[in-house]
Design a protein around this ligand. Structure first.
Ligand code: ATP
Ligand code: MG
Length: 299
């Protein structure tokens, strides 16, 4: 397990005003880590990830048996920050039946005919399951804020006054999440914080290595050109929507081993902190089990 004080470095306290410029996306998060050095820290991060994968598989089984809580994991990031790889690695030990991943792309005509939360509501995890949102309703206060022309297609009634609209959307999101939490869903939100320099390096790799070419899209470069506006939109969003009931974690993502260890650790710790139990066997059920055993043995 990663120490609680380190996890706290990444958790955005409710009400905190976030400026992503103050967040380091590298491995050297504390003096202690710097002293330890990159190689030793990488080894430690791998151990933590391995241990968490085992613990998470167990915790997920208990979540399923207990059947009272659902877990919603929200992943947001700039392109090439490692959302897909994080999902693949962190969930690699989990029973596929207990886990659902939804990747949200540009909204369809049907999506746009509804309120902005609609398409996400339909994909919420049921009790006992872990649901992962690879991009989420947060896109509606991120990409849409950076490209306000996208609002036209949403055909909102009345005057669409910029500031008020975003403030209301943050409120709607907080209320929506509180509703889910009150009804048994745990919400864990991760912003994979990759630096502009590291994104450039990963894009170049996608261009240079034939087996990675398919991952490159020229639209990614268009969005990169709006980097500053995205960082402001993310900073505002993290400030307004990190709540006690659904906190954000700003995860350093320039090194995949850091991001994966942190995400796996937070998910495992949070699920294990629930009071999960295997369903109790009643006396009546116990008698039925004994009878079934007797019948089978007598065959
Ligand atoms: P990858 O590139 O790894 O396949 P991705 O999540 O970047 O994953 P893309 O198909 O490249 O997937 O991009 C999806 C695009 O859809 C993103 O640019 C995202 O901002 C956009 N998008 C998602 N939700 C919305 C939304 N509600 N409104 C407008 N655009 C959205
Ligand atoms: Mg993309």
């Amino acid at each position: 397990m990663i120490r609680e004080d380190i996890i706290e470095l990444f958790r955005v306290r409710a009400g905190k005003s976030v400026d992503l410029k103050d967040y380091n996306s590298g491995w050297d998060q504390t003096e202690e880590m710097k002293e330890l050095g990159k190689d030793a820290l990488r080894g430690r991060a791998r151990q933590i990830l391995d241990q968490n994968l085992t613990d998470l598989a167990e915790a997920q089984e208990l979540l399923y048996a207990d059947d009272r809580h659902a877990v919603l994991i929200v992943l947001q990031a700039m392109d090439a920050a490692g959302k897909d790889g994080t999902i693949k690695h962190v969930m690699s030990g989990v029973n596929p039946q207990g886990c659902q991943v939804f990747s949200f792309k540009k909204p369809s005509a049907e999506d746009l005919d509804h309120n902005f939360l609609w398409r996400y509501m339909r994909c919420l995890p049921e009790r006992g399951r872990i649901g992962i949102f690879n991009r989420s309703y947060y896109e509606d206060v991120l990409v849409v804020k950076v490209h306000p022309e996208l609002l036209t297609a949403q055909r909102l009634p009345g005057d669409v006054d910029g500031k008020k609209l975003w403030r209301r959307r943050y409120q709607d999101i907080n209320a929506f999440e509180r509703h889910l939490v009150r009804n048994g869903t745990i919400i864990l939100k991760f912003f994979l914080n990759v630096s502009r320099g590291e994104q450039k390096r990963r894009f170049l790799e996608r261009l240079e290595r034939p087996e990675k070419n398919w991952k490159f899209s020229s639209a990614d470069l268009d969005e990169r050109a709006h980097w500053g506006r995205y960082m402001r939109a993310y900073s505002d969003c993290l400030s307004a929507t990190s709540t006690k009931w659904a906190p954000w974690y700003v995860v350093p993502a320039d090194h995949k081993w850091v991001a994966r260890a942190v995400v796996a650790d937070v998910i495992t710790t949070e699920i294990r902190s629930l009071d999960l139990k295997y369903p109790e066997v009643t006396d009546e059920q116990r008698a039925l089990l004994a009878e079934a055993k007797r019948q089978l043995s007598a065959e």
